[in-house]
Write a protein that binds this ligand. Structure first.
Ligand SMILES: NC(=O)c1ccc[n+]([C@@H]2O[C@H](COP(=O)([O-])OP(=O)(O)OC[C@H]3O[C@@H](n4cnc5c(N)ncnc54)[C@H](OP(=O)(O)O)[C@@H]3O)[C@@H](O)[C@H]2O)c1
Length: 296
């Protein structure tokens, strides 16, 4: 089985590469190798390699910058996804396309289902939704769209690594308590994606069973809870030598260019059933990732 991954070097693509099953012939492409906004490069690479499955882990993920750099956000997240979907269609390859909880507005108070009404409240979310819609329209059941949230990994910049740095540098921190969601260790997401690929290898129809899946770790927390857990675990593991006061602050006290949903918990049952992989509680995943970070 041949699998092509876009976005090499990104958090998810990196974990996917680390965990690639031995029986998969993998081509992992960085933005330099394969710029998904370049239609000729997309067509050429996919025609040459003839993948059975393309995993699109490339994205414009700078949520705040997207508010002003709108054109680039749409070029990558919308147009780039469209080019990949069209190229997959030509050779009958399947596309596993990764998307975001930011397609929702966060006004619900119970976990978002895969068929809930979408209504992005920032440019990044809107650009991702535009790409998802193209993928869906072009490929239908030949694609699977996986929405995820709050992604972190030992590789790349993310909330966990930022907190560890700030907790070592600052006297105190104020962290937002009124935005609630679930963190996702990119390694757990990569494990679930490879399980989907493997199932597809054994049964031709697996990827056809559901078009949209939701995946994060298990449980619920605010950014404040997440930060407190990071500090507790870091002290326990000897990664920080002292604690600093971490205060809960409202999002209104930490204005950002992009508005963010106040509730973005998504229901993971669809992906659990489809892949056979169960979600693990976010705090346990965080602890394992921090062990990995410490060992690096
Ligand atoms: N990070 C999160 O918290 C989060 C939350 C929800 C959903 N997601 C989704 O999860 C997926 C993976 O996210 P991630 O955290 O792994 O992202 P990431 O670490 O920001 O990686 C994105 C990758 O895409 C590449 N890229 C950007 N523009 C490209 C282009 N034109 N052509 C090809 N590659 C390009 C980047 O390369 P350069 O670094 O060279 O630009 C980078 O390697 C994305 O679909 C994202 O939207 C992420």
């Amino acid at each position: 089985m041949k699998v092509l991954i876009t976005g090499k070097g990104g958090q998810l693509a990196w974990e996917l590469e680390q965990l690639a099953p031995k029986n998969v012939q993998l081509l992992s492409c960085s933005a330099q190798d394969l710029d998904i906004t370049d239609v000729d490069q997309v067509n050429h690479t996919i025609e040459q390699f003839q993948p059975n499955i393309v995993i699109n882990a490339a994205a414009y993920t700078a949520v705040d910058k997207a508010e002003t750099d709108t054109e680039t956000a749409y070029a990558v997240n919308d147009l780039g996804s469209e080019y990949l979907a069209l190229a997959c269609k030509k050779i009958s390859a399947k596309l596993i396309h990764v998307s975001t909880d930011f397609v929702f507005d966060g006004t619900k108070t119970t976990p978002y289902q895969t068929n809930d009404q979408v209504n992005p409240i920032n440019v990044y979310g809107a650009s991702k939704l535009a790409g998802d819609s193209k993928v869906n329209a072009i490929l239908g059941n030949q694609a699977i769209i996986i929405r995820t949230a709050w992604v972190y990994s030992v590789n790349g910049n993310n909330f966990v690594k930022t907190m560890l740095r700030l907790m070592a540098e600052k006297e105190q921190l104020g962290i937002v308590y009124d935005q609630v969601g679930t963190p996702t260790w990119a390694k757990g997401l990569a494990t679930m994606i490879w399980a989907l690929v493997e199932k597809n290898q054994n049964t031709e129809s697996t990827l056809d069973a559901a078009k949209i899946l939701h995946w994060t770790d298990a449980g619920v927390c605010s950014w404040y809870d997440f930060a407190v857990a990071i500090q507790e675990l870091a002290v326990e593991k000897g990664m920080l030598d002292k604690t600093i006061p971490v205060r809960p602050i409202p999002a209104s006290a930490y204005p950002t260019p992009a508005q963010r949903p106040s509730f973005s918990v998504i229901d993971k049952q669809s992906a659990e059933q489809e892949s056979g992989v169960e979600t693990v509680h976010w705090r346990q995943q965080l602890s394992t990732m921090m062990d990995e970070l410490k060992a690096n």
